[in-house]
Design a protein around this ligand. Structure first.
Ligand code: HEM
Length: 154
């Protein structure tokens, strides 16, 4: 259990923390300092570094989560409400990430390869919106997961 929760937490920290840094810190600075021909390749390379770690996180989170549910919490029926909420929001987050990876990120890479900056700008805007959504869901999940056990509703 200690190993599973440690891995689970590490994956959540890397994924949500990475989105926070990208969205809250890097995005406004890149948007202010760089024009599309520099900014769009920057994001392709930044995502190219970050997304392999996110893939590890989106595999690790459900694996360790379900391991804890079925080995420690007595299965889904025995799991407290905050774990069901985490499972639901976590699954939505993973689906949103996979959509980002396979749809707008691929098209962003293609647009940058073609030096099609207007098209790349549209794809980056889509990614920005979906990352904002996933970051919000991730913060809610962390709050629910960490505070849930101390709340009256179980
Ligand atoms: C995808 C499906 C997921 C499942 C099935 C799942 C399941 C679980 C389980 C069973 C626990 C242990 C609860 C306990 O000991 O009472 C846990 C803890 C935790 N989970 Fe998840 N989880 C999932 C996704 C996520 C995601 C996406 C995040 C963050 C973005 C997250 C953040 C956390 C945190 C911060 C804790 C620690 C709570 C604490 O012990 O204080 N989980 N999760």
């Amino acid at each position: 259990m200690s190993f599973a929760i440690a891995l689970h937490m590490l994956a959540a920290v890397i994924w949500v923390g990475g989105m926070f840094f990208a969205y809250v810190c890097l995005r406004p600075v890149a948007a202010t300092l760089l024009d599309p021909p520099q900014r769009l390749p920057l994001w392709v390379h930044v995502f190219g570094k970050f997304f392999p770690y996110v893939w590890i996180c989106v595999v690790t989170l459900p694996l360790t989560g379900y391991w804890m549910i079925f080995n420690r919490l007595g299965g889904m029926a025995g799991a407290p409400m905050y774990v069901h909420i985490m499972n639901g929001i976590g699954t939505v987050m993973i689906l949103i990430y996979m959509h980002v990876y396979f749809a707008p990120f691929r098209r962003l890479k293609q647009a940058v390869a073609d030096q099609n900056w207007p098209e790349g700008g549209k794809k980056l805007a889509q990614i920005r919106m979906l990352v904002a959504l996933n970051l919000t869901l991730g913060i809610i999940t962390v709050l629910v997961a960490a505070g849930g056990r101390y709340m009256a509703v179980t």
